[in-house]
Design a protein around this ligand. Structure first.
Ligand SMILES: NC(=O)c1ccc[n+]([C@@H]2O[C@H](COP(=O)([O-])OP(=O)(O)OC[C@H]3O[C@@H](n4cnc5c(N)ncnc54)[C@H](O)[C@@H]3O)[C@@H](O)[C@H]2O)c1
Length: 460
């Protein structure tokens, strides 16, 4: 089986490398010639644990290759996966489908024999059918004898654990359509492709095309809702002196609710939740079925990122004209990725800078990417350099290396020992003896520095 992947970003690369690992012959295509040049030499332009060695290994075995030549690659493929970006369209929040449709046009010109064209990009309901129309029209115009079907196969991998998520997913969703005579060639091809997962008893959910497209948005909408929900519970906890960690644990033990995605934070970010929730609200309105729940989730999350900046200003007792320096540890939207798309740091840091605060920042792998988005930052080589002379320290991303900071060393380097932990990676009880003021989310604040180590105050 020959597979072509159009778009060699996070999803395309992982999909390509994993299919190659399954034993198929895969060619990943990208428009970006410099990206293809690096990939051909086994250099991975993104940070994803395990990806570089998997790419190099499957390349060496001759099962994975990279090219900018879409035409020849598609002509030889049995299945073509569209894995191009679908960012939010400027202005209205709809998914920008221009890359998907452009890829469909190019694929149509290149088809030869029978091919299944699969949308793996996250696309609103109706996109796959539009891809079908684009290809049908072009094939007809070209007087081509090529035969094809379209299918939807949304991707659920998470950056940071993408390979494991692809190799051992909770489920695979495949949306296809039979030809009216009961034949479903696309389903047969995809069933064969995912056979290695079938063998490890991964549930494979076969649906219609529209259903598969909506499943992806429903999943992301629901997960985003859980995060927004627990974040709002955290705000209430802060007002009433309750502990959100215990609330999350206790409700999560209810099997109907589940423990995952009940971690508080500065608001969700990343390449998926913000744009997918927004796109879902737009689709819902367009079809006359507005989703007030997801609209609230979007607003709640946007408001949260801003309110986190004000929480920092409050914590340092900010007044206009003050000269303050804040250290920020972690800039990426989550650990184990260098992805900065919609990261909370991109909202929080500019608000602090606007208030005249100097920012010293460090991220284990994200600094290079962050430099494209953030200005006037003093970049540091590690956490201890970042906190030098700072009036407060914010943990914005829970990288493992921030989980065991040396507080004795830190207290000597900081102007004032204040730790604002937006990921709750430390426990208030253990912070009492450190001499730090410790502000976390939805839990008691410790005024270790101001009041001495024995006296703690619980803010209401
Ligand atoms: N990143 C994730 O964690 C994740 C998870 C699940 C689903 N998705 C979805 O998968 C899709 C891809 O996301 P991503 O993060 O991999 O995007 P990305 O921006 O990292 O990569 C997209 C790639 O497609 C290339 N491209 C665009 N048009 C092309 C064309 N016509 N021919 C060849 N290459 C082309 C771009 O150069 C880029 O390298 C999106 O719809 C996204 O929502 C992403």
């Amino acid at each position: 089986m020959q597979i072509a992947i159009i778009g060699s970003g996070y999803v395309g690369l992982v999909t390509g490398a994993c299919f190659a690992e399954f034993g198929y012959h895969v060619t990943c295509v990208d428009k970006d010639a410099s990206k293809i040049e690096s990939l051909s030499q086994g250099i991975i332009p993104i940070y994803e644990p395990g990806l570089e060695s998997l790419v190099q290994q499957t390349q060496r075995m001759g099962r994975l290759s990279f090219t900018t030549n879409l035409k020849d690659t598609v002509a030889q493929a049995d299945a073509v996966f569209i894995a191009v970006g679908t960012p939010s369209r400027r202005g209205d929040g709809h998914a920008d489908l221009s890359y998907v449709y452009a890829a469909a046009e190019e694929i149509a010109d290149a088809l030869d024999g029978y091919t299944v064209v699969v949308t793996k990009s996250t696309v609103p309901v109706g996109t796959c059918r539009k891809v079908l129309e684009i290809i049908q029209e072009k094939v007809k115009k070209n007087n081509s004898l090529a035969e094809f079907d379209v299918a939807s196969n949304p991707e659920f991998l998470r950056e940071g654990s993408a390979i494991n998520d692809f190799m051992r997913p909770d489920r695979v969703v495949i949306g296809t359509e039979s030809d009216g005579m009961g034949h479903d060639r696309a389903r047969a091809v995809l069933h064969q492709l995912y056979r290695p997962l079938y063998l490890i008893e991964t549930p494979i959910v076969f649906t219609g095309i529209e259903t598969a497209e909506l499943i992806k948005y429903a999943a992301n909408g629901f997960l985003a809702m859980k995060i927004a929900f627990i974040n709002e519970m955290a705000d209430i906890c802060e007002q009433v002196g309750a502990n959100v960690q215990d609330v999350a644990k206790a409700i999560g033990l209810d099997g109907r609710i589940g423990r995952k995605f009940l971690h508080v934070g500065p608001g969700y970010g990343g390449s998926c939740f913000p744009k997918d929730t927004l796109a879902l609200t737009r689709t819902a309105r367009e079809v006359g079925s507005p989703t007030s729940i997801i609209e609230s989730v979007v607003k709640s999350n946007e408001d949260r990122k801003q309110s986190m900046a004000y929480k920092v200003l409050q914590a340092i007792g900010y007044k206009p004209g003050m000269e303050k320096t804040i250290a920020v540890l972690g800039l990426t939207f989550k650990p184990n990725t260098d992805d900065m798309r919609d990261a909370p740091s991109l909202t929080i840091i500019p608000i602090l800078q606007k208030a005249g605060i100097k920012i010293q920042a460090y991220d284990p792998v994200g600094c290079q990417e962050a430099k494209k988005h953030l200005r006037n930052i003093v970049w540091s080589k590690d956490a201890y350099e970042a906190i030098e002379g700072a009036d407060a320290l914010i943990i914005l991303t829970e990288w493992n290396e921030f989980r065991a900071l040396n507080f004795d060393k830190m207290i000597q380097k900081m102007k004032y020992p204040c730790l604002i932990d937006f990921r709750n990676i430390y426990r208030p009880e253990e912070m009492i003896s450190t001499g730090f003021d410790y502000i976390s989310i939805g839990r008691p604040t410790i005024y270790g520095a101001q009041l001495g180590s024995q006296k703690t105050a619980f803010v209401a």
